[in-house]
Design a protein around this ligand. Structure first.
Ligand code: DAH
Length: 356
């Protein structure tokens, strides 16, 4: 049969040159497809004489088998090459650190509340909560602040609206966290050891005051708690919070809900405009405290002849400023992203007794 060696050379060449699966399929169709050159030659066998067929048949079959085998081999080779290329291109170094993704930060106030809760929890204090819209009774009366008491004015209270003709005392935005003392004692009775961090509100706005700020209340009631326990708890707290021993100074003071009452200062130094806590001879006032007044215990359903204890209230925002060197209180609540990124904490900076 004529031309078989040319066909062989042509198709083996084309197969070798096919660069991908599609090109190879085109070659296959051209050679072995229904109308392929080799298939047409097979059909010609029928028109041959038996003698011719005897030589042409096996030759043509051999060629067909050879081309078929070459197609398969080329196909396998192309697939191997494609796999090698992918493996080379798509490798991944799993030891590389991940790309940093922009993420939010934990506000210094939230961070400090967590730190404080961790320290007090270690001394056996649970966290108590109360509403920010508070009854007049919890915010004032139960705390021994009578209706005509000047403290009500001092607190610059925000009152909630009452309809005309509704003469019940209006609810207030709580002016301090002290009403949580009452709620916690009502709910749990004595003995009790709680702290209550949270938002409080006063109509006040200047460089060092914002109408909303944060306080943390502490309360410990048992049969024999004294001011010595208060002093120890506070010194333990400041030392853990600032990470160094901090001396305290108690100054006699007055609060309606405690008797006796004391304002507490912490030791600090002022040098070159820099304030440092836990060193030096200056004092910085940070909280109010005292022995819980019998009237307050009684309002909360606790017998003052059986139980006694201390309470304290401290501003959280200023404690955050002191620890983390944040200069301006008002920036705390402006939600400026640059400020938040600068002073905020990572989600994984979990507060512990030894953090900071
Ligand atoms: N409630 C007071 C204030 O907001 C702070 C305070 C003083 C809380 C003495 C107390 C305390 O528990 O015993 O100024």
């Amino acid at each position: 049969m004529d031309g078989l060696s040319e066909l062989r050379a042509k198709y083996l060449g084309d197969i070798g040159a096919a660069a991908d699966g599609d090109a190879l399929e085109t070659v296959r169709l051209a050679a072995l497809g229904k109308k392929g050159e080799i298939s047409l030659k097979m059909r010609e066998l029928g028109k041959m004489s038996p003698e011719e067929r005897q030589t042409a048949g096996p030759a043509l079959n051999a060629l067909k088998d050879e081309i078929d085998a070459a197609l398969r081999a080329r196909k396998a080779a192309l697939e191997d090459a494609a796999l090698d290329a992918r493996l080379a291109a798509e490798w991944l170094d799993v030891t590389l650190p991940p790309r940093p993704r922009p993420r939010g930060t934990v506000h210094p106030v939230s961070q400090v509340m967590e730190e404080m809760a961790a320290i007090f929890a270690d001394m056996g204090f649970a966290v108590a909560e109360g509403p920010q819209v508070e009854t007049d009774w919890h915010n004032f009366d139960a705390l021994n602040i009578a209706p005509e008491h000047p403290a009500r004015q001092e607190h610059d209270t925000f009152f909630m609206h009452r309809d005309a003709g509704d003469n019940r005392p209006p609810h207030v935005l709580r002016t301090h966290t002290s009403p949580v003392q009452i709620r916690a004692m009502q709910a749990q009775g004595a003995p009790i050891r709680v702290i209550a961090p949270g938002r409080v509100y006063r109509m006040d706005m200047d460089q060092t005051h914002t109408p909303m700020f944060h306080q943390i209340e502490g309360l410990a009631i048992d049969r024999d708690i004294t001011m010595a326990n208060l002093k120890w708890v506070l010194e333990e707290f400041f030392t853990a919070y600032f990470g160094r021993p901090v001396r305290t100074r108690f100054r006699a003071s007055h609060f309606p809900f405690t008797e006796p009452s004391a304002e507490v200062d912490i030791q600090c130094s002022w040098q070159g405009g820099v304030l440092r806590v836990g060193e030096g001879d200056d004092w910085l006032e940070v909280l109010g405290s005292g022995m819980v007044h019998p009237h307050v215990l009684r309002s909360a359903g606790i017998d003052p002849d059986q139980w006694q204890g201390f309470a304290f209230g401290m501003g959280i925002d200023r404690m955050a400023m002191l620890k983390y060197g944040i200069p301006d209180l008002r920036a705390f609540f402006e939600s400026d992203l640059r400020w938040l990124r600068h002073y905020g904490f990572g989600a994984l900076d979990a507060p512990s007794l030894h953090a900071g």
